[in-house]
Design a protein around this ligand. Structure first.
Ligand SMILES: NC(=O)c1ccc[n+]([C@@H]2O[C@H](COP(=O)([O-])OP(=O)(O)OC[C@H]3O[C@@H](n4cnc5c(N)ncnc54)[C@H](O)[C@@H]3O)[C@@H](O)[C@H]2O)c1
Length: 275
């Protein structure tokens, strides 16, 4: 999809960080953008900022972990603008810093509810509209480099597990949509300078309610000075234009993934010697 002008887009988790960067870049490219987020105050601030760019946008309060809420947002966008061309399933939360057995069941429900079910709900609610008009369309899922390897230096297991799921869902979508007008990308950045370490402040009541967890705050230090969300957004816009599946904006993780693949190959080698 080379020309993004007048295309209709929806971005989840667009109140701040990477989602806001993507929404801004889409508006600058001429698209009409629906910003969705669970935090109304973040949406208000984002709208005030985006309206200065002169494009057309709307804000919808959405909890991506709630299927009904995501469907209502999709319906509202199509009711207002008639179509949907670009969907960015970006909302996500960080849950780092503790050992796996220490998390409560509500913790697991939250991280899976937002990071996995949020994307599933987006696929279920946005994809039928992306397909409906037969024009070029595109779906972007925000995973993470944590969706391709589990960082050995930080306790990121639950987060990584959810991001592996986002990568798998995206690969499945790519398989299913090959040869159709709907392109797919999966965004796998390393450190991006955002407030993701504060995710617990917007934890829905039914998934445990707002939670301040000191164990997760180190993430804020780790990503400070990371890539600017606006830069990440430029990769996303270009990937939509180029129909590029893998979006890997950071160079450093390439060697981590090569080491992981060697480790997996060693597993095959070990098995071949058992026969
Ligand atoms: N920051 C990084 O270093 C980094 C790296 C790799 C991947 N990511 C991924 O990028 C995406 C965006 O994160 P970010 O870093 O911009 O963080 P962020 O916290 O700035 O943005 C995430 C947004 O999602 C919203 N959100 C949280 N729960 C929600 C829910 N239930 N429903 C709707 N919206 C909800 C938040 O209010 C927030 O505005 C996430 O999926 C994250 O996992 C971030």
């Amino acid at each position: 999809m080379q020309d993004l002008s007048q295309k209709i887009a929806i971005v989840t988790g667009a109140g701040s960080g990477i989602g806001l960067g993507i929404a801004s870049a889409l508006i600058k490219a001429g698209a009409k953008v629906a910003l969705t987020d669970i935090r109304k105050e973040a949406l208000d601030q984002a709208m005030a900022h985006l309206e200065t760019l002169g494009g057309e946008c709307m804000a919808i309060e959405v909890d991506v972990s709630d299927a009904t809420s995501v469907q209502a947002a999709a319906d509202q966008v199509v009711e207002r603008w008639g179509k949907l061309h670009i969907a960015v399933n970006n909302a996500g939360v960080a849950m780092h810093g503790m050992h796996l057995e220490q998390y409560s069941l509500a913790d697991w429900d939250w991280v899976m509810g937002v990071n996995i079910h949020g994307v599933i709900h987006g696929i279920r609610s946005f994809l039928p509209f992306l397909k409906a008009h037969g024009e070029s369309a595109h779906i972007v899922n925000t995973a993470s480099i944590g969706g391709l390897q589990v960082n050995p230096n930080f306790l990121t297991g639950p987060y990584s597990m959810t991001k592996y799921a986002v990568v798998a869902l995206s690969e499945a979508l790519r398989n299913e949509l090959t040869g159709t007008p709907v392109g797919v990308s999966v965004l796998c950045p390393a450190a991006v300078d955002t407030d993701i370490h504060l995710s617990g402040r917007a934890r829905p009541e039914r998934l445990g309610g707002p939670t301040e967890r000191p164990e997760t705050l180190f993430v804020g230090e780790a990503i400070k000075g990371g890539m600017d969300p606006q830069n990440v957004a430029q990769y996303v816009i270009q990937a939509i234009r180029d129909e590029q599946f893998w979006i890997l904006p950071h160079a450093a993780p390439q060697s981590w993934l090569e080491a992981r693949h060697l480790d997996i190959q060693a597993g095959f080698h070990w098995a071949s010697k058992q026969a």
